[in-house]
Write a protein that binds this ligand. Structure first.
Ligand code: V47
Length: 431
């Protein structure tokens, strides 16, 4: 297609979206989106309120395609929750235990390293390591944990310790955060995950997690992490007792810090899971439509954060797939062993084997699945890409959900599915 044809098609696409936005009363917002103007809190309220979820999705998908085209990022990673000992008693948490309580555990650095060694045959490039906050854990433990994991697999990228854990680590270290971060980096830390942010509003902090750092403290530690040259993710826990305005305040605070530091790589809305925790009595958690809205609003409000992640462990694979048409461009990874959400009632599998996941996402027309290695894109994986035609993403919305152009007949399709499982992925490593 020539450049002129592409331009014509894009403006046709925009005209179509604009017409539907107008019918939905979202025309002014659509114009701002196309002009790449920042949306206001008032615009955010309209996005949360609109019953026209498809128009919202269309706008978010337009932005997603503009930034990432037909790419979806996927990661061969491994989660390690090194301890569930915690003294914060957050009302949404089902994972925490006290020492001596049934199910309580803390891995030694060597045990964590063993978990990495168990997967040396897999092309795992990143470990996501978080745990509870337990003041009796000495500073040296955190350094040893990083070193042991790195020794088990020197090439691995370690994404570890939320701002909440860093706060605790700094307290136990008894020295400035800048020095603590330097020590952790020296021991192997590569970046930080986005957890622990919950909802920044003082009311929610007071109601749900008052023993933990508050929103301003979370943001301040994130600032220090970014200033130390590390990148991090950011999150918001939604679907419990929060209001729309509290969510918009949270998103706005993330957006402002990102203007300042540029250090957030990915935003992940975390869907509240209600089993085995206090807040479960107050809320059943978000519906699939709430989850799609959360992804789309984030894509539109967080205009300065590159990646919006649908964490499939929380959302179920099918909703995570659908969310790729509502603004998400990242689906996390293989995970291997997850405890925080499974303790809270998640019914997703513990691990999605690469061979199963790739066809799952590819089957909705995502052609290239790329690997996020420790928050840096280093690999592009073109599994099966020749078997599919770009239908979903380059033709705009609504997605033709989302048929691969081949194979079409049933026997061919089963043969194809079998071969997906049998065929190892091919990797092209850029580093
Ligand atoms: O901070 C705890 C949340 C977070 C529940 O950075 C719950 O790539 C739902 O942040 N229902 C930790 N959520 C996990 C996290 C994360 C996950 C995946 C990827 C990344 C990343 C980060 O989990 C906690 C808390 O907000 N959480 N309990 C619950 N019942």
């Amino acid at each position: 297609m020539s450049a002129v044809q592409t331009l014509e098609r894009n403006s046709e696409l925009e005209a179509g979206i604009l017409a539907r936005a107008k019918a939905a009363g979202l025309e002014a917002i659509a114009e701002k989106v196309f002009a790449e103007e920042r949306l206001s809190i008032e615009d955010g309220r309209a996005l949360y309120a609109t019953p026209h979820l498809h128009v919202l999705g269309e706008l978010a998908n337009w932005v997603r395609e503009k930034h990432h085209g037909d790419r979806t990022y996927f990661n061969v990673n491994q989660h390690i929750n090194y301890t569930n000992y915690c003294n914060k008693f957050c009302k949404f948490c089902s994972f925490d235990r006290l020492p001596g309580q049934e199910g309580g555990y803390q891995f030694s650095p060597e045990e964590a390293a063993t978990k990495i060694r168990e997967h040396l045959e897999d092309p795992v490039t990143e470990v996501h390591m978080v745990g509870g906050v337990w003041p009796k854990i000495p500073y040296q433990y955190y350094l040893d944990l990083l070193r042991a994991v790195k020794a088990a697999k020197p090439s691995i990228h370690i994404k570890a310790f939320t701002m909440v854990e860093l706060d605790q680590i700094q307290k136990v270290a008894g020295k400035p955060m800048s020095e603590v971060l330097a020590d952790l980096v020296e021991a192997g830390l590569g970046s930080c995950p986005g957890g622990g942010a919950e909802v920044f509003a003082a009311r929610i902090h007071e109601e749900g997690y008052k023993l933990k750092i508050n929103g301003d403290e979370w943001l301040d530690i994130a600032r220090q992490v970014h200033n130390a040259g590390l990148r991090s993710n950011c999150t918001m826990l939604h679907g419990h007792v929060e209001t729309v305005d509290e969510k918009l305040d949270h998103l706005n605070k993330l957006r402002l810090l990102q203007d300042e530091t540029g250090g957030f790589q990915t935003y992940i809305p975390l869907s509240f899971h209600p089993e085995n925790n206090e807040w479960g009595e107050l809320s059943p958690g978000p519906t699939a439509l709430d989850e799609l809205r959360e992804i789309a609003v984030a894509r539109l409000m967080l205009d300065n954060i590159d990646h919006i992640k649908s964490y499939w462990i929380l959302m179920e694979l099918a909703i995570a797939q659908t969310s790729l048409s509502f603004g998400a461009d990242d689906v996390d990874g293989t995970v291997v062993e997850e405890r925080i959400y499974h303790d809270a009632g998640a019914t997703t599998p513990q691990e999605t084997a690469r061979a199963d996941t790739a066809p799952n996402f590819l089957s909705i027309g995502v052609l290239r699945v790329s690997e996020l290695r420790g928050l840096r894109w280093v690999c592009t994986l073109r599994t099966l890409s020749r078997s599919f035609r770009t239908s979903r993403l380059s033709r705009g919305y609504p997605p033709r959900i989302c048929r691969p152009s081949w194979p079409t007949s049933r026997p061919l399709r089963s043969a194809w599915a079998r071969s997906c499982r049998a065929r190892p992925w091919r990797w092209r490593t850029n580093s």
